[in-house]
Design a protein around this ligand. Sequence first.
Ligand code: GDG
Length: 472
Amino acid sequence: MSKTIIVSNRLPISLRQKNGHYEYKPSAGGLATGLGSIYKEGENIWIGWPGNVVDEPEKRAEIMLDLHQHKMVPVFLSQRDVEEFYEGFSNETLWPAFHYFTQYIAYNPEHWEAYYRVNELFCEAILKRAQPDDTIWVHDYQLLLLPKMLREALPDATIGFFQHIPFPSYEIIRMIPWRSEILEGICGADLIGFHTYDDMRHFMSAVSRIIGLSSESGTIQAENRIINVDSFPMGIDYGKFENQAKSKKTQSLVKEYRKQLGDQKLIITIDRLDYSKGIPQRLHAFQDLLTDYPELHGKVSMIMIVVPSRDMVQSYKELKEEIDLLVGRINSAFSTLNWVPVHYFYRGFPFEELSAFYSMSDIALVTPLRDGMNLVCKEFVASKIDQKGVLILSEMAGASKELREALLVNPNDKRGVVEAIYQALTMEPKEQEQRIRSMQKSLRKYDVFQWVEVFMDRLGHVKAKQAEFKSK
Ligand code: GDG
């Protein structure tokens, strides 16, 4: 019987050491939930890095055994791998390039070698468990070389690849010295998925211009195979956010927080610390709003959650300092004894509290400069069980292609963002309801489970078509 193997850089757990032993906390992220419907079935497994550096062979064996019970297989990375493969090539070369931040791209051959080496490490771990006719679904930009490595070792395997971040235009991808290896690596898959049609188009154009494969309307003709490329916009676990918003726990948290904050309007913003998320630009717009509309003083506050991320990378450290400075500047200029314009948290919150923040906020301001999809905006909409609230969404987020009833803004157009916030603050409840209801309808239907199902069905279909093609 063939099985399905999910592969991603991180396993859907976090590992913590306590009293000399390891503790595993399952990840509650959307991907982990969506793919839970696959890897927990039958013989299926999930292969990835547990997120900590563990060097001692006995400890590795202990973790391996423990994770085995949860149907996970760890790939262990050394400190050097983490620095050169993860923080280095993945986050200092691919991440900035794919998000159009060309000024941050590092071109370091040692990091490239580490990237190659770690992709091989993943390949070896998979080959120890895979049968020739298994289905392997590889995720994201840390593992772009893996589909080809797997294809060479298992020519008949069914291999899917999904990229969670944008795919940039040919003009950007060609800046990377290792662009051909990267594109050839991805093309080892049978089905290649992106969040949006634009990402898919950019990928197809790069494949034909850089590695000379002919590509047309969603198919790439490789030497002896046909590869399918398409957009699969990822959804959220809609029911989870809706039910949590309805729960007693969230409702009582909302009451408690509202008691402290009064009936002022609340703008929620939630992001990982990342320059792609446009956090300083958003703060500048909020500062202008308070300058241009003094009548709003004391009547609106921003709740800004920034979740620590990649803070060992220099550009992230600098971003953190910039945000600290801007928040300080706004609060020191506008605060009164009973009003703080920006409530800033540099930490993550438990799910119930996140749900309370979504539920009690009047506006979600989601203004990335680039984002593959962005799930925060979808989670806000799903949490609006009374259909009161306004989503302001950047055109640069993949989600903007679906959520057309949001107030769409260009995050670089500060004036436009200020006006959108003002429009949101003054929007009639009836219009809010119409917009939210319409977005809820599609988000409920195209949830993360549907996303997994559609991708897997298509993968099976592509493989069947290939068999037909071969037998001709
Ligand atoms: C990448 C792509 C694409 C945030 N703060 C807390 C918390 N979160 C959760 C949110 C949301 C997730 O983190 C963030 O997801 P995003 O999609 O917004 O962004 P990335 O992390 O950059 O994800 C992105 C995604 O992959 C999926 O393909 O959409 O474009 O960049 O789910 O809820 N969760 C909790 N506490 C917090 O404080 N519990």
